[in-house]
Design a binder for this molecule. Structure first.
Ligand code: SI3
Length: 290
């Protein structure tokens, strides 16, 4: 099966924190028309979902499916600390026609595994849809074990994991234990080791800008040309390192602007672009993407 590449869709905001619909549509078009992306992860970390009001989440879900218009796969991240909101959004996006949903592990309150399991089972209970667990321990503090993933997979609607974790020992265990589950890797800078362990594809923020290189790396890997795949990962990592140094969330948008794609700005408490960041983004575009 061909491995799939997904961009984590950014949310374009106006200076006052309202949604910039035209910017979101432009980024989606760029992903479809230029990146030839396989799909978009809507409402994730890169989408600043956890900075957004409920109405804004609904707005973004509506815009994304309208602009994509069936051309690519779409995964809607509906996880929230308000389980009622997650359930509502799961139904909302399913009714809109999203073919897959995802939910971040509930964070902040050190929930027990039983509570986490109940959260996932509740989210999918009343919807006819499939869910990917969004595991991102560095931001949530929640790590699930292979056995715990296995317990969640007992629910047939839970079909896989968006695995944003540098624990490759666990990834190997999970991949082997659940060969039929969909595992999408979340750390762009570690795409190659994730491919080596058998992931089905990847979702990431930097693919918005760098999809062509990432796709070429996947193809080189599948062709057994590991030297080429390593070189491509190295080139991508120069880009990713520069983005992280320049403050990644606003910088992804600033670099998009350099590429002629209107991406709006980030929403507070994320930083607003400074002149130094703008200069940094211009240099990133010139040095690593042109
Ligand atoms: O938006 C999403 O939910 C993601 O796809 C997250 C994705 O895993 C990104 N992680 C975070 C924390 O933003 C990565 O794409 C990340 O930005 C990249 O690997 C650079 O570290």
């Amino acid at each position: 099966m061909m491995k799939k590449l997904y961009s984590a869709l950014m949310t374009a905001f106006n200076d006052d924190g309202s949604i910039n619909e035209a910017g979101i549509r432009e980024m989606i078009r760029y992903n479809i028309d230029v990146n030839k992306i396989d799909g978009l992860y809507v409402g994730g970390s890169t989408g600043e979902n956890f900075n957004m009001s409920h109405d804004q989440k609904e707005q973004v879900f509506k815009i994304a499916i309208d602009e994509a218009n069936g051309a690519i796969d779409l995964i809607a991240q509906v996880g929230s600390l308000d389980l009622n909101e997650s359930k509502y959004l799961a139904k909302f996006v399913t009714d809109l026609g999203y073919p897959k949903i995802s939910a971040v592990t509930p964070f902040y309150y050190n929930y027990t595994f039983e509570q986490i399991k109940n959260y996932y089972n509740e989210i999918v209970k009343d919807v006819d849809n499939k869910l990917l667990i969004y595991s991102i321990p560095a931001l949530t503090g929640v790590s699930l074990s292979m056995e715990q993933f296995g317990e969640l997979f007992e629910n047939p609607k839970i079909i896989g994991i968006k695995y944003t974790n540098a624990d490759f020992y666990l990834l190997e265990r999970v991949r082997n234990a659940f060969p039929d589950k969909l595992i999408l890797s979340g750390f762009d800078e570690m795409l190659l080791p994730a491919l080596a362990l058998g992931v089905d594809g990847a979702i990431g923020s930097t693919y918005n800008l760098n999809a062509k290189r990432a796709k070429a790396e996947m193809i080189a890997f599948d062709d057994g040309d590991i030297d080429k795949a390593r070189q491509l990962q190295h080139d991508s990592n120069d880009l990713i390192t520069a983005l992280i140094k320049n403050d990644i969330y606003p910088s992804l948008k600033l670099v998009f602007e350099e590429m002629g794609v209107h991406a709006g700005v980030t929403k507070a408490p994320m930083s607003k672009p400074t002149p130094e960041m703008r200069a940094g983004a211009k240099a990133i575009y010139e040095n690593y993407l042109k």
